[in-house]
Ligand binder design. Structure first.
Ligand SMILES: [Ca+2]
Length: 424
């Protein structure tokens, strides 16, 4: 089974094949039901200690009251299109940066998009691209305006490995030769490379790492704290510990755990494809791509174990040793009848759409369905279908005002949400 950048399924993808597979897997119509909703982690408690999993009963995905989507997508910046875009970031000003999987970052001024986009960084000679490999993530230093520093996550060849590196922009552009590699680790298979890098409100850099690939996590990386695979990492990129290019924050959860990698912030993930911090609460949200049945949304907390491969979503995966004790279950999941490769999005904090305030908006790469989920303390999360976009949603991004964009991998275009019922 091949796949897009976020991974769909079990087998190692053949390079260049995934798009055919996406077409094969595309599902028609609005399917209802099957997915569970559950709040295990609400409010301030989410950010401290892991929450223990409980026995949960399934309930249905809540569609909007009418049963039909209330939103559609419309093209943003129609003068611009990109080649296989996988990330969109802003640096705190009016510019938007689009990451193309082959290894190019392009930049344009959102108010002057008609003038076109320019190359900000070209890393193609260092990147191995195809399937789920490539340049996958970009994060600007919180003080980018002063120091010009930014960070990328990409896969490099010979042997295939993930590289997290730092660049310094000069005069609004960056050069491949300015790279400083901060961290690298081997990727045993070509798929499940995670790829997001994002600064938390604490000023540390968080890195999403998949389980290393193949299907069914054959080497058990998800539950193995001695490997960086299958984890979210937390790094201090403003300092360096002896023998390292980064420092380990003193309050990382496993700094005193024998045999554990001290970079790990949370683990038990299969392929966290796109993660973001809620600009208001500071919570870290991700979509974790499932194996054969279930796609899930997780809120990541310090030291949390998100279950893979003991669990897939709310269900047991590795039944021989299925014990959900101590595991953090998803905020919400959906079954493969609705989509087969989740793309995590953002908690909406923009001004344009009041109806979406505070909702986490995410979608599916293969079916183009777009959903929201809202967590209310003490209640079951409310999920809703927002739109059937028909796109291969590879990522989301926000501008400096928190307005949301969707990236269509196939056409390379950017889109915004539009209410179809006149709601703000
Ligand atoms: Ca999980």
């Amino acid at each position: 089974m091949g796949q897009g950048p976020g991974a769909v399924n079990s087998e190692v993808p053949a390079r260049g094949r995934w798009m055919e597979v996406v077409v094969e897997r595309r599902l028609g119509g609005i399917a209802v039901g099957g997915a569970l909703l559950l709040a295990l982690c609400a409010g301030a408690g989410c950010r401290s200690a892991p929450v223990e999993a409980q026995n949960v009963a399934p309930s249905e995905v809540a569609l909007t009251a009418s049963g039909s989507p209330r939103w559609s997508v419309e093209r943003a910046f129609p003068a611009l299109s990109f080649e296989r875009p996988v990330d969109l970031q802003n640096a705190g000003d009016g510019k938007l940066f689009v990451v193309e999987q082959a290894g190019v970052i392009k930049v344009f001024d959102a108010d002057k998009a008609g003038e076109g986009a320019e190359v900000f960084l070209d890393l193609r000679e260092r990147v191995v691209d195809g399937g789920e490999l490539g340049l996958l993530g970009l994060a600007f230093h919180p003080r980018y305006a002063q120091n010009g520093l930014f960070f990328v996550n990409y896969t490099a060849p010979g042997p295939t490995r993930t590289i997290i590196s730092r660049f310094k922009a000069r005069g609004g552009k960056a050069e491949a030769g300015d790279e400083e590699v901060l961290l690298e680790f081997l990727q045993p298979y070509s798929n499940h490379n995670g790829g997001q890098v994002a600064f938390g409100p604490d000023g540390f850099l968080y890195v999403a790492v998949g389980d290393g690939g193949a299907g069914g996590d054959p080497e058990g990386h998800g539950q193995d704290l001695s490997t960086l695979l299958g984890s979210i990492l937390r790094l201090d990129v403003d300092r360096a510990d002896p023998g390292m290019k980064v420092a380990i924050p003193a309050d990382n959860p496993f700094v005193k755990t024998s045999g554990a990698r001290k970079e790990i912030w949370a683990y038990g993930l299969r392929n966290p494809w796109r993660m973001s911090f809620d600009a208001e609460t500071g919570e870290l949200w991700t979509g974790d791509v499932g194996q054969n049945a279930l796609e899930e949304v997780d809120v990541i907390v310090r030291g949390g174990n998100y279950g893979w491969k003991v669990m897939e979503g709310f269900s047991c995966y590795d039944a021989a040793r299925c014990d959900s004790k101590g595991l953090i279950l998803p905020v919400i999941q959906y079954p493969h009848t609705l989509g087969t490769s989740i793309t995590g999005g953002h908690v909406y904090r923009g001004k344009r759409h009041k109806a979406l305030q505070g909702q986490y908006i995410y979608g599916d790469f293969t079916t183009g369905r777009l959903w929201s989920v809202r967590r209310v303390e003490g209640q079951k999360p409310e999920g809703a279908l927002l739109a059937e976009t028909g796109m291969n949603i590879s990522s989301f991004g926000v501008d400096r005002h928190g307005e949301l964009y969707l990236l269509d991998y196939s056409s390379g275009t950017l889109h915004t949400l539009k209410s179809t019922q006149g709601a703000p």
